[in-house]
Design a binder for this molecule. Structure first.
Ligand SMILES: O=C(O)C(=O)C[C@H](O)C(=O)CO
Ligand SMILES: [Zn+2]
Length: 275
């Protein structure tokens, strides 16, 4: 488990390209046959990638920074199949996940195992601390409500699906959904926002290997950018904008932890205020 410490907003503009990438980009979550995890001190979120091979299940273990016998002893966890499909077994119950389906696992689960149905299955993991247990549940990509946003003239036509949230799968603090850009649309979250009460992480996927997303970060009046590849994540502290423009359309998982679960609790930033 890799550790990322928190940063002060005044530090971000002083980071060079490598510094920005070291602090905020997570670029090595998916390694065939492995589970990789990153613990950020921003709201104590853990990001992870599980990439099992067919016939070789992977078991999620605790790690020393958690000081717990099991990963979910004091944590809740959401799993999203970002590539292909597979099964997640939680304490003996199998949950089949198709591409872009989501499984929420409540605090207290002990045995968690990932199985691939395909040659290159990838599960994205997002976990927050939790001190109360909510039921484990699945939300299917094709079954959750769709919020349509954006316009062709601003190249940001997109669909937002909320999986774990106040009116969906219930959780202690974790909130998670998926945004899909329409073909030809490239901008997400523009106009941007911050939310002082929550940390948010984006995991970009469905982006062709020879394309990139230019992700904006930092305080609205002092932004920087990080160039992101397919299946890489960016950690956005509560004071940072989190928006991006692709050289191609893409999909991303947005997920948050913090003070509240109110999706609409955002501090909007006008495009004209950005610097
Ligand atoms: O495209 C968008 O706009 C988003 O997906 C925004 C995220 O859902 C978000 O930032 C929620 O706080
Ligand atoms: Zn946000």
């Amino acid at each position: 488990m890799q550790i990322r410490h928190s940063t002060h907003p005044a530090q971000l503009p002083g980071f060079d390209t490598d510094g920005l990438r070291r602090h905020y980009l997570v670029d090595d979550l998916f390694v065939p046959g492995e589970i990789r995890t990153v613990y950020t001190h921003e709201d104590r979120i853990v990001l992870g990638g599980a990439s099992p091979s067919p016939g070789r299940p992977l078991e999620l273990e605790s790690a020393s920074p958690l000081r717990s016998a099991h990963f979910c002893e004091r944590r809740e966890l959401a799993v999203l199949a970002v590539r292909n499909s597979g099964t997640v077994t939680v304490d003996g119950t199998e949950h089949e996940l198709g591409t872009r389906d989501c499984l929420y696992i409540g605090q207290g689960a002990v045995d968690i195992e990932f199985r691939a149905a395909d040659e290159d299955t990838r599960f994205y993991l997002f976990s927050t601390p939790s001190h109360a247990s909510f039921p484990t549940a699945v939300a299917r990509f094709d079954e959750v409500d769709v919020l349509k946003l954006g316009d062709q003239s601003t190249a940001n036509v997109r669909e937002i699906r909320k999986f774990v949230h106040a009116d969906g799968i219930r959780s202690s603090q974790l909130v998670l959904g998926v945004t899909s850009l329409a073909p030809g649309s490239v901008w997400n979250t523009m106009p941007p926002h911050t939310h002082d009460r929550r940390t948010e992480c984006y995991l970009y996927f469905d982006l062709p290997e020879d394309h990139r997303v230019i992700h904006l970060c930092g305080e609205p009046q002092n932004t920087r950018n990080i160039v992101v590849r397919n299946e890489e994540a960016v950690i956005s502290p509560s004071w940072s904008v989190h928006s991006g423009v692709g050289t191609h359309s893409y999909t991303f998982v947005w997920a948050m932890g913090g003070e509240n679960q109110a999706y609409d609790d955002m501090d909007p930033v006008a495009v004209t205020e950005l610097r």
